[in-house]
Design a protein around this ligand. Structure first.
Ligand SMILES: [Zn+2]
Length: 256
C-alpha cells in the first residue's frame, strides 16, 4: 500500500467523516446547480428568440427603406403623369378655343396631342406598375411586422421563463451555500484542505462512500485484501481509495 505520512497523520472522528460525505453531497449539488445555470435550456431558447427578433428587425428596416424608395418613385411617376395631363389639358383648351387658324400650327398641335396621349398612357402604365410594387412591398412589410410582434411576445415570455429558472437556481444556491457554511465549520481544517484539493483534482468529488465493497468515487470494486485491511482499521482512521485516492468513508452500507 502506498500511503504518505500526511495521510497517516489524519485521524478523524467517524461522525465527522460522515459529515464530510454530507458536505460532498452539498458540494455536488452546488456544482450541478452551477452547471444548470450555465446550460439552462430556457436561456438557450430566450437567446435564440432574441436573435430571431433582431434578424426580423433588420429585415423590417430593409423593407421600410425599400418601401420609402418606392413611394418616392411613385411620387415622381404621379408628378410626371400630372405634368403631361396639364399639358394635354392646355393644348386641348387651345385647340377647342378655335383661336388657332393656321393649318400648320393646328397640325402641330394635334400631332403634339397625339404624342402626349401616348406619353401619358406610357407614364400611367409606369404609375400602375409602381403602385402594384408599393402594395406588394406594403404587404411584405406588414407580414414582417406581424411576425416580429408575435416573436417579440414569445421572446418576452422566454425571458420570463429564463429569469424564473435562474431565480429558482439562485434560491437553491443560497440555501446550499448556507448549508455548506454550517458544515464546513464542523470539518477540521487539515481534512477540509485535503478534501478541497481532491475535489479540484478529481472532477469535484473528494470524498466517496464505501458502498457494498465499492468506492462510490471511481466505482471500482475493492480487493479482498483492501476490504480485510479496512475491516481491521480503527474507525477514526481516514481511509483512501487505493484506486482513485479519494477519501473513502465507511457507512452502514459499506458491506464490511
Ligand atoms: Zn475510488
Amino acid at each position: 500500500m502506498d500511503r504518505t505520512s500526511e495521510e497517516h497523520a489524519l485521524n478523524i472522528d467517524p461522525f465527522i467523516q460522515i459529515r464530510l460525505l454530507d458536505l460532498q453531497k452539498v458540494d455536488s449539488e452546488l456544482d450541478r446547480n452551477a452547471h444548470r445555470a450555465r446550460t439552462l435550456p430556457e436561456a438557450v431558447t430566450a437567446a435564440s428568440l432574441h436573435a430571431e427578433v433582431m434578424a426580423l428587425d433588420d429585415e423590417i428596416a430593409g423593407a421600410e427603406a425599400a418601401l420609402f424608395d418606392l413611394r418616392r418613385e411613385q411620387n415622381r411617376a404621379d408628378t410626371d403623369v400630372e405634368l403631361v395631363r396639364q399639358r394635354v389639358s392646355k393644348d386641348q383648351h387651345l385647340l377647342d378655343s378655335g383661336s388657332i387658324n393656321d393649318p400648320k400650327q393646328l397640325e402641330n398641335l394635334q400631332h403634339e396631342l397625339g404624342s402626349l396621349a401616348r406619353r401619358q398612357a406610357d407614364l400611367e402604365d409606369v404609375e400602375i406598375e409602381i403602385m402594384e410594387r408599393v402594395e406588394i412591398a406594403e404587404h411584405a412589410l406588414a407580414a414582417l411586422v406581424t411576425r416580429r410582434d408575435g416573436l417579440a411576445i414569445d421572446s418576452a415570455a422566454a425571458d420570463e421563463a429564463r429569469d424564473a429558472a435562474l431565480a429558482a437556481l439562485g434560491a437553491e444556491r443560497v440555501e446550499l451555500t448556507n448549508e455548506r457554511a454550517m458544515m464546513v465549520g464542523e470539518v477540521p481544517a487539515d481534512l477540509l484542505k485535503l478534501y478541497e484539493k481532491l475535489r479540484a483534482d478529481q472532477g469535484g468529488v473528494g470524498a466517496a462512500a464505501l458502498h457494498r465493497g465499492r468506492c462510490e468515487g471511481c466505482h471500482m470494486e475493492l480487493t479482498a485484501v483492501d476490504i480485510n485491511r479496512i475491516r481491521e482499521a480503527p474507525s477514526n482512521e481516514l481511509l483512501r481509495c487505493e484506486e482513485c485516492r479519494r477519501i473513502l468513508i465507511r457507512t452502514a452500507e459499506s458491506g464490511l
